[in-house]
Design a protein around this ligand. Structure first.
Ligand SMILES: Cc1ncc(COP(=O)(O)O)c(C=O)c1O
Length: 419
């Protein structure tokens, strides 16, 4: 134990301690986990699933989990980077689709749930990503996990960046997996070299922008190495779509590789302001996924309202580049401010900012005191020495919002001797 500014830095249990109990059945395990929630609640450290009374916006009305009072908070935890969840055209398109087609799709996509709007969205996202064809899912998690589960079996090999999103990792459960060091092209190459001819399909699996660190995949080098060793590349563009590239097409555009990536997946739930996900690739592979990807086949189609909104969101990304410009101005301003103050922001290059604290308890203390809507990222999501406060920037944040957060962080950084 250690003291920082009067706070005893305990090393209490973490989520990792409740994964399994050899002697307890599931109800027993749940009852043990209650102890963790109660302990954190006592410290006012349990701020998951806060209840907001308005939508995603720079300022939110949030119900305090402990007092029940409504608080106005600056919101620095959204993936709604371009604030399209509340864009007038995007909302209007959703309303029109809702009026025309009704509240739900009514069935699975292959069995009656597909409307002309779904087809329009498939075509639009494929073209946006420079691919022949796309398939759309009701979540980004589903697009990654379900497509991978259907593409790779025990004869194949997934070579996965060790910081890839859980949806990609979960999708590799049916196959052989080798993890390479984060964004380390040499490590990737050494794995590929050793396994050159041993597997039927070799698929390198990466994120475009990493969700906890905000850095960008070295896609140019990764694709070159993969090609050299006969491997395909699948990239998850969840946090890059709408953000990276001159037209917001993502990491492939950022590296001038539009149309050159084997498989691109992504989500409609972040910069595109909706929900759902997609996989885009060549026409043959997408046709196969339609019939073998169980998360697509055995699940109802996306609501027409979401499809309508996302179609228009893609138009907005292309037609209103000034929103992306505002986002990047904010990113650059905020980054400069954090670095000037002396915070450790890891390897962030985009709208996602980790502030590395390196102690779970202290991270939660600071988040509680900050009075700004941010999220703690703790072990086992990251290693204990890298526990952090995660902030994300939106186009709608003003300079005043950014300065307020920088000032509050400076105050707490000094108080807790992080600066
Ligand atoms: C990198 C990445 N991929 C996929 C997903 C899943 O997307 P969705 O929230 O649309 O299911 C997320 C969301 O948290 C993510 O960060």
């Amino acid at each position: 134990m250690m003291e920082t500014a009067g706070v005893t830095l305990k090393s209490p249990k973490s989520f990792a301690d409740y994964y399994d109990f050899p002697e307890l059945d599931i109800m027993g395990r749940a009852s043990e986990f209650k102890e963790y929630i109660e302990g954190n609640t006592q410290n006012r450290h349990f701020d998951y699933k806060r209840i907001a009374l308005n939508g995603s916006a720079a300022v939110r009305q949030v119900k305090d989990n402990y007092t029940g009072e409504t608080r106005e908070m600056l919101y620095f935890a959204s993936n709604d980077y371009l604030n399209l969840t509340n864009h007038a055209r995007v909302k209007e398109a959703g309303i029109e689709a809702l009026k025309k087609y009704g509240a739900g799709a009514g069935s699975a996509p292959l069995l009656g749930g597909t409307t002309d709007l779904h087809i329009e969205l498939e075509k639009k996202i494929a073209k946006f990503k420079g691919c022949e064809k796309a398939i759309i899912y009701t979540s980004g998690y589903g697009s990654n996990s379900s497509s991978l589960l259907s593409m790779l079996t025990d004869k194949d090999l997934a070579i996965v960046d060790m910081l890839s999103h859980a949806s990609l990792i979960d999708g590799c459960r049916n196959t052989n997996v080798k993890y390479f060091k984060h964004n380390d092209v040499q490590d990737l190459e050494s794995i590929l070299k050793k396994r050159k001819d041993s597997y039927r399909t070799k698929l390198v699996v990466i994120d475009g922008v990493y969700s906890m660190d905000g850095d960008i995949a070295r896609l140019d080098q990764i694709t070159a190495v993969a090609k050299h060793y006969g491997a395909y590349v699948m990239i998850d563009e969840a946090h890059a779509t709408g953000v990276l590239g001159q037209h917001g097409r993502g990491t492939s555009e950022h590296f001038n590789l539009t149309g050159k990536i084997d498989i691109i997946s992504g989500t409609f739930s972040k910069a595109l302001g909706g929900v759902g996900g997609f996989v885009a690739s060549n026409s043959d592979l997408i046709d196969l996924l339609h019939f073998y990807s169980r998360g697509y086949m055995f699940s109802s189609a996306m609501t027409p309202q979401v499809a309508g909104s996302v179609i228009t969101a893609l138009d907005v990304v292309e037609e209103e580049p000034q929103i992306r410009e505002r986002l990047w101005n904010n990113i650059n301003y905020f980054k400069k401010g954090l670095l000037h103050l002396g915070f450790d922001i890891g390897i962030s290059e985009t709208a996602i900012f980790p502030i590395i604290i390196g102690n779970d308890f202290l991270t939660k203390e600071i988040c509680r005191e900050l009075n700004i809507y941010v999220n703690p990222v703790l072990y086992p999501a990251v290693s204990k020495r890298l526990s952090r406060i995660r902030l994300s920037i939106m186009a709608e944040h003003t300079k005043e919002h950014l300065d307020t957060v920088l000032n509050a962080l400076e105050y707490l950084g000094k108080k807790y001797q992080i600066l």
